[in-house]
Design a protein. Structure first.
Length: 723
């Protein structure tokens, strides 16, 4: 019966658990034969005593046994005296508790519901119910009935219980009117309801396909989809082409919709002669602000009021400090340090092993000797932690630096409450998207210095924009580019091969017992997975004395497929951390000792996208995970588990800003859609002591030869050049 759609009927006897925000419920349904069934799922305002018709499927939870997973439910007000008493005594109506419900039903019997609907004043016959309580009961009963009616109406449009709850919570009793007039508002107002869901609802509501509401919503959807792909704008012609195909309407209507969106200031249209750019308003504001703020910083004075500093005195200080630390600096490094101290804003860029951390430590030391306040931050928690390790000084995530308040959903550091610092250093700047950069710069005083540190050859940011690349290519900001390899006197094969890949050369794959880079040729995905399991369970721990759970990370180009993140996590978990128990969530099981990764920023927990932890404990009584993130035990309720996933294997994109003792990189021709130079380069540069590349030479060649840098439509470079 599992996975087959079924319908069951019964009376809701008990609500075991209810999440008021999501509507998720666990309940006990008494069937006609007096047996009980556990029902689970997102439902609307159900109360004990109601007669339910529940549609869904049977599932088996390994912890809780057989359950019925709800897809939709219809409820009837109970008709038996016991059912009415349970219903009213559940707390659904303010002013009526279990004892009062019993007295009311004793007096009115099966006519109780009719009394509440049509003659609530008759309740005054019941001892303890006065005029004030009758008014409270009337208001609560009417609100409850209205809520039920709206929710039932929403379901008639084919809207799931989950979305119906969100829609009602957003619009209240006006929800049906919104759907009848302009259901595309749902895509704008409610997280999780995109254009396609709204379009499906609109079709059921009889909204025509050439409705101006539909066309405008479709254009916004296309722009948001472009934003998800990293773009800040789309050329006008591109939007027209995409809309003609996607929406299936005529050109005059599209032009009219774009003009109307412009008048409503939901989009910004910029025409610079060569190209007509269409922005979502927020992205245009962000790009424009960043360009103007960068210029403002460049043109401002230093915090001590000086416009320039003495270059010769800095050179002398640097050489004395280098002698004291017994570090030999070349001319490029010395000039980079001097420029960082003399410029209001500078970019320090270079591949791993080229000495970025070395010159950064010199810069910090000299600034601190001048009693300057230096703050450091990075886009992710792991990148921030690495910065702390390499400098010996506190580093924060950018969100912590800007004091993000999750309850208010805003940064408390801004133009009215700026950061107090003489210099701010931002590491892993290649990960900066345009929105985060805008929030960062808005908290800067004009006399605060800014140093960006990053590797331009890594993957671009996940969010919209190409900030570091645009800043470098603009020619407006000084750039200190480090090229010479210093790490391990240039003897690291990881670093050498990363540079070869970056430069379009095939990596040197001749293995050496003393090397830090190994290539193992495999062409079959199944055999590749078997080899990874063998490395993790045998060869790496026995020969290299590394802990496969804490020291080794498998990095994969894609999530799907035999050699993708999803399958590898299942296989590795069964090999490294097998067991029968655990907490089941969908088709995943979490066990004590599992390694997991945070998938989104959670500012209340101060855990960020990409943070990796180990499950410390599972509380099956309340379905709660306790996860150890670098010594901090963070609790996750059942409804927060969608924020984490297993991390025995993670995507290369997710690894940005991180570093691991050992990385294993499977690279096969089956990954061909995603193979490109900066992907392999990024994966290799995540390894600190050992990189193991498994796959085919053909796949490596495909990656090395594909240097089609992702084209992003961004305007920051031009904005900087034209200011």
């Amino acid at each position: 019966m599992e996975n087959r759609q079924s319908t069951i009927n019964g009376i809701l006897e008990k609500i075991v658990f209810k999440n008021p925000e999501s509507g998720y419920m666990v309940g006990k349904l008494r069937m006609t034969d007096n047996t009980y069934v556990t029902i689970v799922g997102n439902v609307f305002e159900l109360q004990c005593g109601e007669e339910l018709e529940v549609k869904g499927k049977w599932t088996v939870n390994r912890t809780y046994g057989k359950q019925f997973e709800v897809s939709s439910v219809s409820a009837s007000i109970p008709v038996t005296e016991k059912g009415i008493e349970d219903y009213l005594g559940s707390g659904v109506i303010k002013g009526i508790g279990p004892a009062m419900a019993s007295r009311i039903v004793d007096y009115f019997g099966k006519n109780t519901i009719n009394v509440l609907d049509n003659d609530p004043e008759s309740l005054s016959c019941i001892e303890g119910i006065g005029e004030k309580r009758i008014k409270q009961i009337m208001q609560s009963w009417q609100k409850h009935r209205n809520t039920r009616n709206v929710m039932m109406t929403l379901q008639s449009y084919g809207i799931s219980n989950t979305y119906a709850m969100k829609i009602y919570n957003t619009y209240g009793e006006n929800a049906e009117n919104v759907i009848k007039v302009n259901p595309y508002r749902l895509a704008e107002d409610i997280f999780g309801i995109g254009f396609k869901i709204a379009d499906d609802i609109a079709g059921r509501a009889g909204i025509p396909r050439d409705s101006i509401f539909r066309v405008k919503s479709g254009i916004i959807y296309i722009l948001r989809r472009a934003e998800d792909g990293g773009h800040c704008y789309l050329p006008y012609e591109s939007i027209i082409d995409s809309s003609l195909d996607f929406l299936g309407v005529g050109l005059p209507l599209l032009n009219n919709a774009i003009d109307e969106l412009g008048r409503e200031e939901k989009i910004i249209i910029m025409d610079d002669g060569d190209i007509r750019r269409v922005y979502l308003k927020g992205l245009y504001i962000a790009e424009k602000y960043v360009g103007e703020k960068i210029q403002e910083i460049i043109n401002s004075k230093f915090s001590d009021g000086k416009a320039k500093r003495d270059k010769s005195s800095y050179r002398k200080i640097i050489m004395e400090l280098a002698k004291l630390k017994n570090i030999e600096l070349d001319d490029i490094q010395v000039e980079s340090i001097i420029n960082a101290l003399m410029e209001k804003i500078i970019i320090i860029t270079g591949s791993p092993g080229t000495g970025k951390s070395t010159i950064l430590n010199f810069i910090i030391k000299i600034l601190e000797s001048e009693n300057k306040k230096v703050l450091m931050a990075a886009p992710t928690g792991r990148a921030s932690k690495r910065m702390t390790e390499t400098t010996g000084r506190e580093s924060k995530t950018i969100h912590r630096l800007l004091n993000f308040n999750p309850k208010l959903n805003k940064f408390l550091k801004n133009d009215k409450n700026p950061i107090e610092a003489d210099t701010v250093i931002i590491d892993e700047a290649s990960m900066l998207d345009i929105r985060l950069t805008k929030n960062l710069l808005s908290a800067f005083k004009e006399n605060t210095n800014l140093i960006f540190v990053g590797d331009i050859d890594q993957l671009p940011p996940v969010g919209p924009g190409y900030v570091l690349g645009d800043l470098i290519r603009s020619g407006v900001i000084p750039v200190a580019e480090l090229k010479r390899i210093y790490r391990q006197e240039g003897g690291s094969q990881i670093i050498r091969n990363a540079h070869r890949v970056r430069d379009g050369e095939f990596p040197y794959i001749k293995n050496s017992e003393a090397g830090d880079f190994y290539f193992i040729e495999k062409n079959d995905p199944e055999k590749t997975v078997d080899l990874i399991i063998n490395l993790l369970t045998d060869k790496i721990p026995s020969r290299l004395h590394m802990d496969p759970l804490r020291d080794v990370q498998v990095l994969v180009p894609t999530n799907k497929g035999i050699c993708g993140v999803i399958n590898l996590n299942l296989r590795i978990q069964d090999a490294i951390n097998p067991g029968e128990g655990g907490l089941y969530y969908g088709n995943r099981v979490f066990r004590t000792g599992d390694r997991v990764i945070q998938l989104k920023n959670n500012y209340e927990k101060e855990i960020y996208n990409g943070d990796i932890g180990i499950i410390h404990k599972i509380d099956n009584e309340i379905n709660e995970l306790h996860i150890n993130f670098d010594g901090r035990i963070i609790k996750y309720s059942f409804y927060e588990i969608d924020e984490i996933n297993h991390s025995y294997a993670i995507s290369i994109h997710k690894s940005q800003g991180s570093e691991f003792r050992c990385v294993i990189i499977p690279l096969l021709t089956s990954h061909y859609m995603l193979l490109q130079r900066n992907l392999l380069y990024t994966a290799l540069t995540r390894a600190r002591e050992l990189a193991i590349l498994i796959g085919s030479k053909k796949a490596i060649g495909m990656a090395v030869n594909k240097n089609v840098v992702e084209k992003r439509f961004t305007g920051l470079r031009e904005m900087l050049q034209n200011l």
